[in-house]
Write a protein that binds this ligand. Structure first.
Ligand code: GTP
Ligand code: MG
Length: 302
């Protein structure tokens, strides 16, 4: 697999922070692109392809003007066309509700789609009390969902709340966002099998409705705790009942058996739609002795 076939993109201040964190875990398997009007987002990111949306350097942001950011993105796309050309899977991380992330994500996603990539967006949604930002985010979501293969909504409120229990900083994605991206890439970016696995992802995400990504892990001898963790982990406010598509990857150490794999899969998918299409993958990784990790893309949610 060429490293250039997987691209992680950060759009806007929050998106760039998340993207840098995610890329640092999988820098050998993926490329990084950072898009912002604020140069601070690029500091020290020597491996990244940076797209600066404010060539005058006079302004810090796009002052909550998504249309301006969209316009600047379209103008700057020729500069990054090569990077997008070679990408088979593009994961765009952004916080909606500001100018840059909201305006540039849609244009980046449309361009990547046009060039034939599978496009996954992880979109942070503003806190409820930020009413102007929340409105801007909800105005942006329908076209974004229309334009991409999967749009994973992350409630910043839930993220902040979950971060407190993990004693981590929500602005850094508190580990969740990084895990989601790492999980997605390790699930479908397996060496030499990328095309097959991207096809599987395509099959699952074509189900109508919303989609989410789940990562959970725990000790091998406590499968039900892992399944519980998985059911609680989504960062959005929708239940998983009635899901119609599921790509699930179970990863464990050399001590993992087929019975572990089937019991976790059966348990996890037991409340899904009867006709739910489940695509299962498994792999062994030495660093997971005594533990199991589940990564799932669940789609067709109401
Ligand atoms: N409460 C709170 N929310 C934040 C903070 N930083 C980011 N956010 C949220 O994340 C969203 C995106 O913020 P940024 O990524 O900074 O915005 P941007 O895309 O860079 O947009 P501009 O700077 O306006 O061009 C916002 O709408 C907020 O909901 C913060 O420090 N506090
Ligand atoms: Mg900003």
């Amino acid at each position: 697999m060429e490293s250039s076939s997987l691209l992680i993109v950060g759009a806007g201040g929050l998106g760039c922070r998340w993207a840098r964190g995610a890329h640092s875990r999988i820098s050998a398997e993926s490329d990084l692109m950072l898009v912002d009007a604020d140069m601070d987002s690029f500091k020290g990111a020597s491996q990244a392809h940076c797209m600066h949306l404010d060539p005058t350097g006079m302004e810090k942001g796009t002052a909550a003007l998504p249309a301006l950011a969209a316009h600047r993105t379209i103008a700057a796309i020729p500069e990054i066309a090569d990077v997008l050309d070679s990408a088979e899977l593009v994961i765009i991380l952004t916080g909606l509700g500001g100018g840059t992330g909201t305006g540039s994500t849609l244009e980046l996603a449309r361009t990547a789609k046009r060039k034939g990539a599978i496009v996954v967006v992880v979109a942070g949604l503003p806190f409820a009390e930020q009413s102007f930002r929340s409105r801007m985010a909800s105005d942006a979501l329908p076209s974004l969902e229309e334009a991409v293969d999967v749009c994973i909504r992350v409630s910043l409120e839930r993220l902040a709340w979950q971060s407190r229990s993990r004693r981590m900083d929500w602005q850094q994605g508190s580990g969740w966002v990084e895990e989601l991206v790492e999980g997605l890439i390790s699930t479908i970016g397996k060496l030499g099998k990328i095309n097959l696995d991207l096809m599987d992802l395509k099959t699952v995400v074509k189900h109508k409705g919303r989609a989410t990504l789940i990562v959970a892990s725990g000790p091998l001898d406590n499968i039900s705790a892992i399944v519980d963790d998985a059911r609680k982990s989504p960062l959005i406010d929708i239940g998983l009942e009635g899901a119609r598509g599921c790509l699930i990857q179970v990863e464990g150490g050399p001590d993992m058996t087929l019975s572990h794999i089937s019991s976790i899969t059966e348990d996890f998918t037991s409340r899904f739609d009867e006709g739910c299409q489940v695509i299962l993958g498994a792999r062994v990784s030495d660093r997971l002795i005594g533990r199991l990790r589940v990564v799932a893309v669940v789609s067709g949610l109401e």
